[in-house]
Design a binder for this molecule. Structure first.
Ligand code: A3P
Length: 349
């Protein structure tokens, strides 16, 4: 893998406008370079281009399980649920092996800024009192390397995480592999994503939530346009190899969601097993669970002191962040985008 030229790729990459560029630069501590790709114009960091065709042409296996989403929609929660069900409830392994090792994160490499390791270190400098530079460099190299080559050597079943929309994922994925997609009310996604960009020091978002909201619903955050992302998956929801979930449904009735995922994976659970899984997946236990809460990055100075990866875990928390103007903008934005589809978020019914 790694030969960008020879792999067929159906989409064009193109530059973002100068106005978009300056908005982004103003609000980010880190100078990511962005491009747009394909007819929907998804925003990707420039280095995505180096492995995009390998991702698109990735050889798949019938045992592959993908967990995908627009980021901050409940991916980690879903990953843990899917992994445990597919692995016959092996809690011992789940608690002892970080989720980032149990899943291959398809486009993780594009989150490491294109200006290289020095820039990355600089972006972390304000948080860098105690970390070990050598292990940090190793970690960044690992995070910043495309994984399509490595995936070929992975034993089955392969668990793959991605925030890419369907059209940028391996072509004909649903003809071969299984996918669980999770969607969430975009207002809660925006709030959660805002905290996420503050948590990971290298993304270093400097602005207010209002400014973040402007970028998010204006399609200036990574992998927006948000609604195109969700709609692509929604259109495939009846495919036997696709399970489409809403964060709000997991929140409201986790046992029912667990049974839907179990049915999809051909697994059966009794009441005691379901109760134990609900307990394991509760927000309180997730916060304490070192295998899923990404706290290992703290030792590398990558995480802001006052932020956490597993945060509130609530639906409707956006109300505390949106003023009247943003609330109206959001309503109109959601209404406009739902006009041509029967997609409805449980929270907007
Ligand atoms: P909040 O920031 O609104 O709390 P992702 O894994 O896609 O990045 O999504 C992260 C969101 O899922 C965060 O939302 C996080 O708190 C929430 N989440 C993670 N684990 C959860 C759990 N066990 N129960 C409920 N929500 C959870």
């Amino acid at each position: 893998m790694g030969d960008e030229q020879t792999m067929p790729y159906p989409y064009e990459f193109y530059n973002i406008s100068d106005e978009e560029k300056s908005l982004n630069e103003k609000l980010h501590a880190y100078p990511y370079e962005f491009l747009r790709v394909g007819p929907k114009g998804y925003l990707v960091s420039k280095i995505f281009k180096t492995d995009a065709a390998n991702i698109y042409n990735l050889p798949l296996r019938s045992s592959d399980i993908f967990v995908t989403s627009y980021q901050r929609s409940g991916t980690t929660w879903t990953q843990e649920l899917v992994w445990l069900l597919a692995s016959d409830l092996d809690y011992e392994k789940a608690l002892s092996t970080p989720l980032i090792e149990r899943y291959s994160f398809l486009e993780m490499f594009m989150n490491v800024p294109d200006t290289g390791i020095d820039g990355f270190m600089k972006a972390l400098s304000q948080n860098s009192e105690n970390f070990d530079k050598e292990s940090m460099l190793k970690m960044i190299k690992w995070l910043g390397s495309p994984i399509t080559g490595d995936l070929a050597t992975r034993p089955s079943p392969r668990f793959i995480k991605s925030h890419l929309p369907m059209s940028l994922l391996p072509r004909n994925l649903l003809d071969t592999a299984k996918m669980v997609y999770i969607a969430r009310d975009p207002r809660d996604v925006a709030v959660s994503y805002y905290h996420h960009t503050r948590l990971f020091m290298h993304t270093g978002f400097k602005g207010t939530f209002k400014e973040f909201w402007h970028l998010f619903h204006g399609n200036l955050m990574v992998l927006t346009p948000y609604f195109e992302h969700v709609k692509e998956a929604w259109e495939k929801r009846h495919d036997p190899n696709m399970l489409f979930l809403f964060y709000e449904d997991l929140s409201k009735n986790l046992p029912a969601a667990i049974h839907r995922v179990a049915d999809f994976l051909g697994k059966k659970l009794n009441d005691a097993q379901t109760a134990a899984l609900c307990d394991h997946l509760s927000i309180e236990n997730f916060k304490k669970n070192k295998a899923v809460n990404f706290e290992e990055f703290r030792a590398f100075g990558m995480l802001a002191k006052n932020e956490e990866f597993v945060r509130k875990g609530k639906t409707g928390g956006w109300r505390e962040y949106f003023d009247e103007e943003m609330t109206q903008q959001a309503e109109k934005w959601i209404e406009d985008n739902l006009k041509d589809t029967d997609l409805r978020f449980p929270s907007t019914n």
